[in-house]
Ligand binder design. Structure first.
Ligand code: FAD
Ligand code: EPU
Length: 339
């Protein structure tokens, strides 16, 4: 374990906003957890890659930064292989490594920034697949009781951009490793709009898992701003999920609004489309902006503060609410210990 006093968090969040912490503990092995001071959720923060947070203020206490690494195939049986990965592994590197091992299941989740340990937090999802389809279990350190905890898939309560760790018991657990059930026989999932077309453009009819991963990477690079170049946290709002009745009233008024039926009869609608149709795509207030490439992404054009981005998010929310009557729910964790 390493300790840094008063670090800047600018390089530790993909928005690239300036914020400070009292101190930072860099966790490098599980044994570190046994000798740590108590975690105070009102002052301390567990941090992975910082790609799904907005720092509106400083962290008065300690940032617990996860660097618990290691990945291995631990079992093989009946067309499956089980992979265990330390929470501090980079997610995309884990995806590509699994493909190199001849395992599939993660290819549609390529190029999502951040760490493996954060993946269950909001059940990461993209291109028609989410973590729930491959996650078998999670091991975590209980920060309240100071002991180990294990969760099978069901007890993680994964849902669209949600989990037990994000909603029911936020800040209680530090995830230390995840266990995934991957496939040794590849079955392509190409139904997400644009994916099959991207493969066809590349002249590929029957893709390998690696080719699907490459296609997802190309699509994502084309659609989303690269946080290395323009600070952002991916989608800033979740796509709202409405009752069939509410959704059909809206699509009655706005037949072009993209809407996707969900299991259980609800309908998910496109937040990006509504933001764009409020005239906000490319909108900018100082250095805080709505991306001109994707309306669901807020961007830091240089020296926006967390507060600037938060105020812009509030404006976007108010515009969408006033035009469509729908309240957008932020996806990243807004970190404001002062409020
Ligand atoms: P952080 O931002 O560090 O943390 C996020 C939250 O998880 C915080 O509350 C933090 O306290 C908590 N946390 C982190 N690690 C742990 C741990 N080990 N134990 C307990 N709590 C922890 N997400 C998607 O689902 N799909 C996408 O397609 C997608 N695309 C993106 C594209 C871009 C360009 C960007 C910048 C982000 C995108 N995201 C996407 C969001 C983000 O990458 C994911 O949510 C990712 O899983 C966050 O990982 P992280 O390590 O950066 O988490
Ligand atoms: N659209 C617009 N304007 C835009 C962008 C998109 O109107 O500027 C409309 C288009 O009609 C498009 C539709 O929105 O067809 C959907 O767009 P896209 O395929 O880009 O998906 P999304 O709903 O905006 C979601 C996830 C992304 C994930 C992609 C791909 C959420 C909140 N976001 O975005 O996840 O990568 O699907 O599966 O569910 C993230 O969570 O950070 C993230 C990037």
């Amino acid at each position: 374990m390493r300790v840094r006093q008063h670090p800047s968090l600018k390089a530790f969040n993909t928005f690239g906003v300036e914020a400070a912490a009292g101190s930072m503990l860099i966790l490098e092995q599980e044994e570190d957890l046994l000798s740590l001071p108590p975690f105070d959720p009102d002052r301390d923060l567990v941090l992975g890659g910082g790609s799904n947070i907005l720092l509106v203020g400083d962290v008065p206490g300690t940032v617990w930064h996860n660097r618990l690494t290691g990945k291995a195939i631990v079992e093989r049986a009946d067309g499956h292989a089980w992979v265990e990965a330390g929470a501090g592994e980079n997610w995309h590197d884990l995806v590509r490594w699994s493909l190199e091992q001849g395992l599939s299941g993660l290819e549609n989740l390529s190029l999502i920034p951040g760490q493996a340990g954060a993946a269950p937090m909001q059940n990461i999802g993209a291109y028609g697949v989410d973590l729930a389809s491959v996650l078998e279990s999670v091991t975590a350190w209980d920060l309240v009781r100071n002991c180990w905890a294990a969760f099978d898939l069901q007890s993680c309560a994964l849902a669209y951009r949600d989990s037990r760790f994000k909603s029911a018991e936020p800040g209680r657990y530090l995830i230390t490793s995840i266990r995934l059930r991957l496939d040794t026989q590849f079955e392509a999932k190409l139904d997400y709009s644009g994916l099959r077309e991207e493969l066809t453009r590349a002249g590929i009819e029957k893709p390998t898992a690696l080719e699907v991963s490459d296609a997802v990477v190309r699509l994502r690079r084309d659609k989303l701003p690269d946080p290395e170049i323009l600070g952002n946290a991916g989608s800033f709002f979740k796509n709202p999920i409405l009752s069939r009745n509410d959704a059909s009233k809206l699509t009655g008024h706005y037949p072009e609004l993209p809407a996707w039926p969900q299991p259980g009869g609800q309908i998910k609608i496109s937040a990006a489309w509504m933001i764009e149709h409020c005239g906000l795509k490319g909108h900018r207030v100082g250095d805080a902006g709505v991306s001109d490439r994707h309306a669901l992404v807020l961007v830091n054009h240089g020296s926006a503060s967390g507060g600037d981005l938060f105020r812009l998010a509030t404006t976007v929310q108010a515009s969408v609410h006033s035009k469509f009557g729908v309240l957008l729910d932020p996806e990243p964790r807004i970190i404001n210990f002062a409020s």
